[in-house]
Design a protein around this ligand. Structure first.
Ligand code: G3P
Length: 216
């Protein structure tokens, strides 16, 4: 399973890369706003150079022609850029056009299995169902992942399932059990994934016994 990091914070990305846990990065306009840099093209290039793997940058146009133009520009920033396109009717046209040019597309804001089927047929390299936002409205986000994995497996669709809007470690564990290709994970959740109280407790006991042996 690949881990992408869901942030535009270069310090956080560098830190997680040092753990060997950064296979790629996803950004969106909200994450770029949090990073507080208006030179977004320069920032995306920096992230690409740092990650040397797929980095998603999202278009803000909402019409197909505008999304295609913006997507072509974003793809030109780096060989690692993946163009994020919202899953709307116009978005599908842009996904088909950009994918047809060989530009990798990440179909974002996916909330239903029908959307996931369509973006795969349009040729998206990645499909991003937003699990946390479904949980927020009393749906089970992980049910959608199970459905998308089943559909893509049934038809040998090559689009990778990229679990997004991950809010806690169980989202990652469940995604792994379901065979999702990738989870895009906020830096805070990467840290939570390694924590276990029994590890802390066990380490404290080992160190106390070691000190006793040394006569401390
Ligand atoms: O990967 C998409 C993600 O950034 C959205 O997360 O927590 O804003 O729903 P969230």
């Amino acid at each position: 399973m690949k881990f992408f990091i869901d942030t535009a914070d270069t310090a956080a990305i560098a830190e997680i890369k040092s753990l060997g846990m950064c296979d790629g990065v996803t950004t969106n306009p909200s994450l770029l706003a949090q990073a507080g840099r208006r030179d977004t093209d320069a920032l995306l290039r920096e992230i690409c150079d740092l990650v040397e793997g797929p980095v998603s940058g999202e278009v803000v146009a909402t019409d197909a022609a505008g999304m295609i133009r913006e997507g072509e520009r974003l793809a030109g920033l780096s060989e690692y850029m993946v163009v994020k396109i919202p899953t709307t009717y116009d978005g599908l046209k842009a996904i088909a056009a950009l994918s047809g040019q060989g530009i990798p597309v990440n179909a974002t804001l996916v909330f239903s299995p029908s959307q996931a089927l369509l973006v795969a047929k349009a040729g998206a390299a990645y499909c991003s169902p937003f699990v946390g936002r479904l949980d927020d409205v009393s749906h089970n986000g992980m049910d959608l992942i199970e459905q998308v994995v089943t559909i893509y497996t049934n038809y040998d669709l090559e689009t990778e399932v990229l679990v997004a809007s991950v809010r806690h470690p169980n989202h990652v564990v469940e995604a792994a059990l379901m065979g999702a290709d990738i989870a895009t994970i906020p830096p805070k959740v990467i840290k939570q994934l390694v924590q276990h109280p029994l590890t802390e407790k066990g380490l404290a006991a080992f160190l106390a016994d070691w000190d006793r042996l040394q006569g401390k």
